[in-house]
Design a protein around this ligand. Sequence first.
Ligand SMILES: [Mg+2]
Length: 392
Amino acid sequence: MKIERIETLVCHARMRNWIFVKVVTDQPGLVGWGEATLEWHTRSVVGAIEDISQLLVGQDPTRIEYLWQMMWRQHFWHGNGIVRGTAIAGIDLALWDILGKVANLPCHRLWGGPVRDYIRLYCHLGGGKMEDFYNTPIDEAARFGDLAQAAVENGYSAFKSMAVPATAPIEGTKPIRAAEACVAAMKDAVGDDVDIMVDCHARPSPAMGMQFAKALEPYDLYFFEEPCWPEQVDSLAAINAAVRTPIATGERLTHLAAFKELFDKRGCEICQLDITHCGGLSEARRIAALAESHRIALAPHNPQGPISTSASIEFGFSQPSYIICESVNNDVPWRYDVVTEGYVTDESNRTVRPSDKPGLGVEVNEEEIKKHPFEQELPQRQFYADGSVGDW
Ligand SMILES: [Mg+2]
């Protein structure tokens, strides 16, 4: 069996362009599907996949590790940057999909079979509607409470909010009090039995991240995400050590050695590797093994499209320390017209049962994708009060 060609299909889904990767083999009808979505880098990733194709066409698609080593090492520049890492990931997912189809097994059964009966999903406030999650003003605490209530009414037992504003390196206590009011409103709305997460989007400096973490500690968040830049591993470790709230991070790391530093310094309790950016399922399995040795939990980053979600679910059914799956379902109304997923969701409590379909279990409707061609993503930019540049 040989790889004949690698195609990319770009599908504009409002905030993101989903980049679907199709690895076509010389066996009639046998293709693998992956996803390599990277917002604001769509053309770069599509180009990187085209560059990598040169290494893979003509090769046996079931030699996944061999091909992964080629993609990582054989263009001299190791594949550890975000664009190359995402391109490798999209292809790697498709190769695992092919291997599952050849074996007629879902991917999680290739990796030892299911380690749990179900996986819990969490949502973003607004269910994936960009404006609700990213743009609800921090001074509208009651709105946070309303959106939290809506998430629970939709069956979710856990949700994530962006209740920490863009903040200058040092900014006094006003943003701290605003964040606290938002979290208090959410807690009041849903009670103690629902898990609340706060994502700082690495907006704060280490000093402000520490203040936010300490102010929100009494609310017993399920996790507190990216309290400072991912490059500041020592500061992540200091915050993680200072509060009982588990710190989560890892979505912007793209290779094993970066995770090793994060884990060695105990920069988090929850590793949010992104399967579509960190070199795919092949590298994700190595990162998971490393995390396991530190007893660090896994909750992969997954605000992207439906093939990314399927990959996260397949991975989760094979990983003992996987705790919850990030999910988006309200980004575009035609999400499920484009891709049919193999796993089964119980909408009453937003849990997922394993797929029995081979590979990643997805069916892709290429005609539907064509209805949503590439559009430039709208920028989401932050500036501080004095006009200086902030982090989104
Ligand atoms: Mg995040």
